[in-house]
Design a protein around this ligand. Structure first.
Ligand code: E4P
Length: 218
């Protein structure tokens, strides 16, 4: 399972990329706006911090505008992945860009029907938003299960399921149990995955006992 960071915060990305656990990054216009930085320069920095795909979202809503913005974003770095909304124009742009060999992440997916369209349009990734579905009383993880079942029926579908809008470690664990290809998570969730009180307690005990021996390893 690949881990992407859902963030545009350079300090957070740099810190967590240094753990070796981060395979890519997803950004969106809201995350970029939060940084207050110019998008293209920020994207270039992020692409330098992680070797894997960095999703950069277009803001045009018409086909030609999307393609123009995508062309500019693709100039920034070889690991840019174009993020397009799950609209008719987004799917048309996805087909055009995928045919030219660009990586595309189709975002704002909320139904199995939409995920089928993303795969048919040749997307590299589809991003179902589990947290936002849970927020409105639906079952986000059921959507992941449905999409994976459908995609497995059609080996010609190459689209990877990128679980997005992740709110807590349980979303990541459930996504892994289902076999999702990628989870993109806020930095706080990646840190939470690491922690367990029994690990801290256990380590404290081991180190206390070791100190009593008066030994050193080096
Ligand atoms: C995915 O690529 C999106 O950036 C993100 O996961 C949206 O999450 P949110 O619902 O927490 O805004």
């Amino acid at each position: 399972m690949k881990f992407f960071l859902d963030s545009a915060d350079l300090a957070e990305i740099a810190e967590l990329a240094s753990t070796g656990l981060v395979d890519g990054v997803t950004t969106n216009p809201s995350l970029v706006a939060r940084t207050g930085k110019p998008f293209l320069a920020l994207l270039e920095e992020i692409c330098r911090l992680v070797p894997g795909p960095v999703s950069a979202e277009v803001t045009a809503t018409d086909l030609q505008g999307m393609l123009r913005e995508a062309a500019r974003l693709l100039e920034v770095a070889p690991n840019v992945c174009i993020k397009l909304p799950l609209t008719r124009e987004g799917l048309q742009a996805c087909r055009a860009l995928s045919d030219r060999g660009a990586k595309v992440n189709i975002t704002l997916c909320f139904s199995p029907a939409q995920a089928i369209l993303a795969a048919k349009a040749g997307a590299s990734f589809v991003s179902p938003f589990v947290g936002r579905l849970d927020d409105v009383g639906h079952d986000g993880m059921q959507l992941i299960a449905d999409i994976l079942t459908i995609y497995r029926n059609y080996p010609s579908f190459r689209t990877e399921v990128l679980v997005a809008s992740v709110r807590h470690p349980r979303h990541v664990v459930e996504a892994a149990r289902l076999g999702a290809h990628v989870a993109t998570m806020p930095p706080a969730v990646l840190r939470q995955l690491l922690r367990h009180p029994l690990t801290d307690k256990g380590l404290e005990g081991f180190l206390a006992d070791w100190a009593k021996t008066g030994q050193r390893i080096t």
